[in-house]
Design a protein around this ligand. Sequence first.
Ligand SMILES: [Zn+2]
Length: 343
Amino acid sequence: MELPRKILIGDGVIRDLGNFVTDLGVKNVAIVSGAVVKARVGDQCHESLANSELKNVWFLTTAANMETVDVIQNEILKNGSEVIIGFGGGKSVDVAKTIAYNLNRPFISVPTSASHDGISSPFSSIKGHNKPHSIKTKTPIGVLADTRIIAGAPRRLLASGCGDLIAKVTAVKDWELARDKKGEYFGKYSSNLASMSAKIVMAESKSIGEDNDTSVRTVVEALISSGVAACIAGSSRPCSGAEHLFSHALDFISPNQALHGEKCGIGAIMIAKLHDIEWEYIASTLKDTGAPITAKEIGIDADTVVKALIIASTLRPERYTILNKISLMEQDALELAKSTGVI
Ligand SMILES: [Zn+2]
């Protein structure tokens, strides 16, 4: 079990980045971020690292693909940085995490939005390898989440994070199913931790949608807990079931359309109905947080939804889910999407 050693969440904690890194025993850091993040908070980071006398070099990412990973990785090798900080939303964190894994160096996650649980999990999504889903790379040694920076990110990102969290309801159901049908290992602790992250966000969905600072902290804490659940399980099982396969299928059919958590949330509504659980509650809490609940809201048409439901289980054959138990034909998929209001 590899877990983050240090987690710091709070308003303005980016000012403590230098001390945070020093406490982890390193002197020489590489920061990986996008240009917007660097322009927004780069000065504060530099100042904090300089105050702690930490040498640092900054690399800019444009895309989460293997090419970006290779280019930055070679630079870091030349430069000899001891630790890699992934600073940003999805892309930069995923690129930094993958490089840290490839070079076997510690990785620190500094999220600037709360849009998915990759901020604390050992999984990253990089385009250009042969898997459509995220792959296991490096568990962050530390997570520093400045809620002021995260609150300043577009609300759509926070709502997407809620989608990724509410999706744990169906992910855990699929894991239970795999235990019962396939005798798969099932982690009680990690599944409970993932379920709890979903429950808290569902219980507070209205206040999250109403936009206040406490709700940013709630979502960040839930995302970190859910990433830690994956660390404890040693797999993405507690966090990713058929609803994630549906999201990966959409990525495959209609690339770069909508956010990960938005697609997982919509997937969770339909997968919950297949599991015969509270799908209406899932849909209403998603809506309360501001997350989309229809395909139209994310620019996806009915045919694509149906196709994605049909091919989802083929994208990751080893992951047993409700889509293996109930094999959907075109008409079934259409009815499921219609009856849940997704299309
Ligand atoms: Zn996810």
